[in-house]
Write a protein that binds this ligand. Structure first.
Ligand SMILES: [Zn+2]
Length: 184
């Protein structure tokens, strides 16, 4: 069974965290573990932007555990990268880790259950990040969870599941890695 370590980074606790962990575990049929919260390293802070450098933090996450398959950070700070001034999710393929900015996903919450919307966003981005780490590419289907959102609106519009093509690709990746037998 895969092991995923979830690392709260900065001020990021809430009643939603438990639900998020459970959903992640159910979706990937993985063993999900939670660490104590860690502070984002000061070296990653940009004083003028008042944001943290996402690629540095994503790599840093791996230093917290060498044992698990994936390390997933949930960050209470705003993130930036060379590619974008506002980052929802940063992935480090070399470190097999990913970082989601809970802070950026908490913007513009609406509807009768804003917290549910937030957990949905978090789940979609976490699933997409792990999908990439498992070998899936970005998907052009705007409803597919592997579609890279360029805005919160796009993120809210897409679903929480893989489209049939991505399901097939994921299956193929798992077959190639010997994780499942074909056909089954
Ligand atoms: Zn897809």
């Amino acid at each position: 069974m895969r092991r995923i370590l979830v690392v709260p980074m900065g001020r990021v606790f809430g009643p939603w965290l438990e639900r998020f962990l459970q959903e992640l575990s159910d979706f990937w049929r993985a063993q999900v573990e939670l660490t104590q919260p860690v502070s984002p390293p000061a070296a990653a802070f940009h004083p003028r932007l008042r944001k943290f450098f996402a690629p540095y933090l994503a790599d840093f996450l791996r230093s917290l555990s060498r044992e698990v398959d994936f390390v997933l950070g949930v960050c209470g700070e705003e993130l930036y990268s060379p590619r974008s001034p506002m980052v929802f999710t940063e992935i480090s393929f070399s470190a097999r880790s990913a970082l989601v900015s809970a802070r950026n996903l908490q913007e513009f919450l609406f509807g009768p259950e804003p917290e549910s919307l937030f957990v949905d966003r978090l789940r979609k981005e976490a699933i997409r990040a792990l999908g990439h780490l498992l070998g899936l590419g970005s998907c052009p289907n705007p409803r597919c969870v592997m579609h890279p959102p360029s805005s919160l609106m796009e993120l809210d519009l897409k679903g929480t599941e893989f489209c049939p093509e991505c399901q097939m690709r994921l299956r193929l990746v798992q077959v190639l890695r010997g994780e499942v037998r074909f056909p089954s």
